[in-house]
Write a protein that binds this ligand. Structure first.
Ligand code: ATP
Ligand code: MG
Length: 435
């Protein structure tokens, strides 16, 4: 029974006092993506397993080792999504989005599930914000997608983060590269880890992504993919760089980026930071021109990225980036006695309809305990309702941070409260400006 009091390993809770941070980040993401024309898409948390493990030869850790796969009561093989791209592609084919006016731009926020070793920045349930753009093959599209990620990271206040880009070519030029890599790594096969030895026979590019120190050391001197790009891929990559330059985005070229999923072609990129430990990638993405056709749609160029939301929050915390404070209760109404309590319910209803956050006593507490609670929840203002106030139709509006008291009319509470909130905000601003 001990389990009942603990979240499952690798999962976490977002508590009410912290939720405003994630809400802020998610709002910035959605609003920034909208500036580029991306509209939200929501897809199921689970899909048929084949949506994710499309080909038998898949060599990625995500598909080979990390998926939560189970049989449902109807005997179907179901997988909790380890990422959203495959589900979004499935949906876009199923609902004909990719046959509509192109390009189609979609964005999403959702939970992802991977059976990984939990550590800082690596969870078994985590959340991604991502975008996908269908039907655009030009380098301008790559730069636009990268720019969305860049603008999002800046919009939440991140100032220090690096953009690394690479091109992993198309299936044609990659063949030559794979050959050269196989030759290089075969000479080191004795030192490579067991998984990489398996990768050697199936997809040597995966070795470049291995996190083991020995393998990554060997990978450092491996042939680089950029030397093997065909003319078209080279030209595309040059185009992407030109557009990025025009947009004023700084980047470096990292020929070791191969990304963790098999469907990428040409441009791949990551936003990385040294401030979140070894899980340094906050955002990863790239072009995947073959995936839509592989999943049964017409050949459609596509690209996108995903940002790990927990990792982004960790980065904000570690870089001590300020997040706008949570909004607090506008007014606490403290009734004394039964009829005041009923009247308070009436006032609360009016004020909430007018858009104020208002709380009153629902525990039957005395005045002292109520005021303590009003303090605790950081109410901006409070009023006490007793027999006198009900008789006179007037009450004292108390500014909880300054202690200032203004007599106001209960009939006009909404207007009086709005004036008081605005005045207090202005006073705070003047004080912070030293006026
Ligand atoms: P990594 O190399 O860190 O394992 P990945 O290549 O598996 O990343 P993607 O599949 O491209 O990552 O996912 C995009 C983003 O989602 C990552 O950059 C990261 O921010 C986040 N992410 C991936 N796996 C996890 C996880 N287990 N826990 C938390 N965030 C994650
Ligand atoms: Mg991973």
């Amino acid at each position: 029974m001990a389990e009942i009091n603990h979240a499952v390993k690798g999962t976490g809770d977002i508590l009410p006092k912290e939720a405003y941070k994630i809400q802020f980040v998610e709002k910035q993401m959605m609003e920034t993506a909208r500036l580029y024309g991306f509209r939200e898409i929501r897809v199921p948390v689970f899909e048929h397993t084949e949506v994710f493990s499309r080909n038998v030869g898949d060599t990625t850790d995500v598909v080979q080792k990390e998926m939560y796969t189970f049989e449902d009561k109807g005997g179907r093989s179901i997988t909790l999504r380890p990422e959203l791209t495959a589900g979004v592609v499935r949906s876009s084919i199923e609902h004909g989005i990719i046959y509509d006016a192109l390009p189609q731009k979609v964005c999403y926020i959702g939970g992802c599930y991977r059976y990984e070793k939990p550590q800082a920045g690596r969870l078994r349930e985590f959340h991604q914000f991502g975008i996908e753009c269908f039907g655009a093959s030009s380098p301008a599209a790559d730069a636009e997608v990268i720019s969305v990620a860049n603008q999002i990271l800046h919009s939440v206040g991140i100032e220090k983060i690096s953009l690394e880009i690479n091109s992993i070519g198309c299936p044609t030029c990659r063949k030559e590269y794979q050959k050269a890599l196989t030759e290089y790594f075969s000479a080191h096969s004795q030192e490579l880890c067991e998984t990489c030895n398996d990768r050697l026979g199936r997809n040597p590019m995966r070795i470049l992504d291995c996190k083991s120190p020995v393998c990554s050391k060997i990978a450092e001197k491996a042939p680089t993919v950029l030397d093997f790009l065909c003319e078209d891929c080279k030209e595309h990559f040059e185009g992407v760089k030109k557009h990025l330059d025009a947009m004023g985005l700084n980047y470096s070229i990292n020929p070791h980026i191969v990304r963790g999923l098999d469907y990428y072609t040409r441009t791949v990129f990551e936003f990385v930071s040294g401030d979140i430990g070894s899980q340094s990638t906050v955002c990863g993405g790239g072009r995947y021109d073959g995936l839509v056709a592989q999943m049964g749609g017409n050949q459609t160029p596509a690209l996108g990225f995903a940002i790990g939301i927990e990792r982004l929050l960790l980065l904000l915390k570690n870089q001590e980036t300020p997040i706008p404070a949570d909004k607090t209760c506008d007014l606490y109404i403290a009734p004394m006695g039964e009829s005041a309590s009923v009247y308070s319910s009436k006032l609360c209803s009016i004020l909430r309809n007018d858009g104020f956050e208002v709380q009153t006593d629902i525990c039957g507490r005395g005045l002292k305990a109520q005021m303590k609670y009003a303090d605790k929840i950081n109410a901006k203002f409070s009023i006490v309702l007793g027999d006198n106030e009900l008789e006179n139709g007037k009450c004292n509006l108390k500014n909880m941070s300054t202690g200032n008291i203004t007599e106001i009319s209960l009939d006009n509470l909404s207007d009086e409260l709005l004036t008081a909130i605005n005045k207090s905000a202005l006073d705070d601003l003047n004080e912070s400006l030293g006026i």
